[in-house]
Design a binder for this molecule. Structure first.
Ligand code: F6R
Length: 236
């Protein structure tokens, strides 16, 4: 594991964007696993700048996102599809038809999970998976549990996740209680993993995840078993 500590959010964003840019430059047809949330916003901004400057070309890239809230359509401004369209895809030259987010409105989320895993498999797996980390150690929406779940699956969001994500909604009550998330199989089979964490409040969970026991109670701790993980952490 490479553990990079930086001084500011701006530095974190630059480092993460550079790692993703390097991946795309070396392999233009990369499959990128992408995340939402506040942490990657700066990274996505930098990638858009690089693309605008002609330094990175996303024309042949495919993306697969980690997760989506249950019941939110892509045109809902709280959906993760909307987030990705507006914070990254519209600002780079990626082919929107090659950007994938699980369908949180699928009637049968179990079937949707199977379809999503099949899709990732048919793409040849993920070359670089970008991850944030929740205060409870979740990656994607893989919440603390008795077991690590392999497949893309429906989840009940942890009360602490609902609390943390309420900042994006008008009220806590509006935060969906369920979501669909990529499971540990597609994440752990990614060739490279880049986890970004920002802020003093993430320090404790980052320490527990990467330097403590591997347990499904701290989902990110499974990453200790991955052969190519880079963590970029800023205490800002
Ligand atoms: C979002 C996701 C989540 C976030 C995590 C951290 O697609 O998968 O695991 O990465 O909740 O969110 P922020 O960056 O808002 O602290």
């Amino acid at each position: 594991m490479k553990f990079i500590t930086v001084k500011s959010y701006d530095e974190l964003s630059k480092k993460a964007a550079n790692i993703i840019a390097a991946q795309v430059i070396l392999k233009p047809c990369s499959v990128l696993g992408l995340a939402t949330g506040s942490t990657p916003l700066g990274t996505y901004k930098k990638l858009a700048e690089y693309n605008k400057a002609g330094d990175v070309d996303f024309a042949d890239v495919t993306s697969v996102n980690l997760d989506e809230y249950q019941g939110l359509k892509g045109d809902n401004d709280q959906s993760y599809r909307y987030f990705m369209d507006n914070n990254l895809f519209k600002n780079i030259n990626i082919d929107i038809n090659k950007t994938f987010v699980p369908d949180g409105c699928a009637v049968d989320l179990a079937k949707e999970g199977q379809r999503y895993d099949e899709l990732i498999k048919n793409l040849g797996g993920i070359d670089l998976q970008l991850l944030g980390i929740g205060l409870d150690g979740h990656i994607g929406f893989n919440e603390p549990d008795e077991v690590f779940t392999k497949e893309t699956h429906e989840v009940e969001l942890d009360p602490s996740t609902i609390e943390a994500n309420a900042r994006f909604f008008a009220s806590k009550d509006e935060v969906p209680k369920k979501a669909i998330t990529m499971g540990m199989m597609s994440i752990m089979q990614a060739k490279k993993i880049l986890l970004i964490a920002n802020g003093k409040n993430k320090k404790d969970i980052v320490e527990k995840s990467f330097f403590g026991p591997i347990t499904p109670q701290i989902p990110a701790s499974i990453l200790q078993l991955h052969p190519d993980v880079t963590v970029v952490f800023s205490e800002e």
